[in-house]
Design a protein around this ligand. Structure first.
Ligand SMILES: Nc1ncnc2c1ncn2[C@@H]1O[C@H](COP(=O)(O)OP(=O)(O)O)[C@@H](O)[C@H]1O
Ligand SMILES: [Mg+2]
Length: 368
């Protein structure tokens, strides 16, 4: 009898652990409130949504928790308690810290002893789902255009060697020295075109990853830009020193950050302010994978901003607003960051352009 009891306690324990595990891996926030509308349970997604740990959140009144959210959630919860009916709110704005997102909220009264003693709240981030599918579409489109450009570059590069060689042979045969001016033009322009094709083909070498700290990359770029810009650009750093090391190709990351910073310097006509910022994000989904920890690097400038007519295409190859631009910098940067399982996104308005690089550090679980 005592043995049976022990066994069932063990099973209960296991069951509890399974449920706890499921709840903490849900991408939907789950919160439980008692009759006084004090928080008694919150899962990991809930902690991320409210941007605080359960240690600080448990026991807080719904009023304190949702005061800043700008939603009607408190009224919903009160109604749910009084009317004993479940409630559902679609696509409402939910503010947290200095960001806001769209959420679907459901509140379910939980009965015990014929009365509502608890309210279960589920909050699903709608724009997060939209963002993930938009990202996947963008990845695919950008990949296709990169492949097209690579194919084209190969086709152009192949006969270039022949053209250059023929011009050299011709030059040797020329009796009239004046005509070498023309063969020299063929040779120099072939070289220029070859250099451009090599750029279009992108990085030749696969990533050589090693354990490194992201701030080594940012500091190197800061030094390079300081020398190049002759201190006319004010470079501000705002680092989170707690970001753990990551496996990455340091030279490739320097190339990426330098490309983005140089674009900012060019857009600001070599005068202005650039901020290099690093932060750590928890439970971020990129493609089909959720990562426990992701480093986010922001490169912020106070220049004129990105032209609205190219804003949606800047990561595609050959998109440029500069007369001497190739439009390859950002496309190459995006493909290098893809090789590190991350992505780059951008927001821009006059006076505030932010390029954000997301680099996953620790993966959590594969989603289907
Ligand atoms: N920080 C920025 N501010 C304004 N425009 C930018 C910025 N970064 C990129 N751009 C725009 O994106 C375009 C594409 O950049 P990129 O791919 O590096 O090609 P390129 O530098 O050769 O033009 C630039 O021509 C510019 O119009
Ligand atoms: Mg560029």
């Amino acid at each position: 009898m005592a043995y049976n009891l022990l066994l069932s306690w063990n099973n209960l324990d296991k069951l509890f652990l399974v449920h706890k595990n499921i709840l903490s891996h849900l991408t939907e926030a789950v919160l439980l409130f008692n009759r006084n509308l004090e928080l008694t349970y919150i899962n990991s997604a809930g902690e991320i949504l409210l941007a605080d740990s359960k240690k600080h959140l448990l026991g807080l009144h719904a009023n304190t928790l949702f005061r800043m959210s700008g939603s009607n959630l408190l009224i919903d919860l009160q109604q749910c308690l009084n009317q004993e009916d479940p409630l559902f709110d679609r696509e409402i704005k939910f503010a947290r810290l200095n960001q806001s997102c769209k959420v679907n909220i459901s509140a379910t009264p939980l009965f015990s002893n014929n009365q509502v003693n608890e309210v279960l709240v589920e909050i699903q981030q709608v724009d997060r789902q939209l963002r993930i599918s938009k990202e996947e579409q963008l990845f695919a489109q950008q990949n296709i255009s990169r492949l097209l450009i690579k194919g084209l570059a190969h086709e152009i590069k192949n006969p270039l060697g022949g053209i250059r060689g023929a011009a050299q042979l011709l030059e040797l045969e020329l009796k009239n020295g004046d005509l070498t001016e023309y063969t020299q033009i063929i040779i120099q322009e072939s070289d220029r075109l070859k250099a451009l094709m090599d750029k279009m083909l992108g990085p030749k070498k696969p990533a050589k990853k090693e354990l490194m700290n992201i701030h080594e990359v940012l500091e190197r770029v800061r030094q390079l830009v300081n020398i190049e810009a002759n201190h006319k650009i004010t470079l501000i750093t705002d680092y989170d020193p707690s970001i753990p090391d990551l496996e990455a190709d340091k030279n490739q990351l320097i190339q990426v950050v330098l490309n983005i910073v140089q674009n900012a310097v060019q857009a600001m006509h070599h005068k202005g302010r650039i901020t290099l910022k690093s932060r750590i994000l928890r439970q971020l989904t990129i493609g089909k994978k959720t990562y426990k920890l992701t480093a986010k690097i922001d490169i912020i400038d106070n220049g004129p901003g990105i032209h609205s007519d190219i804003m949606n295409h800047i990561f595609y190859p050959m998109v440029s607003s500069r007369a001497d631009g190739t439009g390859l910098g950002l496309s190459i940067a995006q493909s290098l960051i893809h090789q590190h399982n991350g992505f780059i996104e951008c927001e821009s308005e006059p006076g505030n352009t932010i390029f954000s690089i997301f680099l996953p550090l620790v993966s959590d679980h594969e989603k289907d």
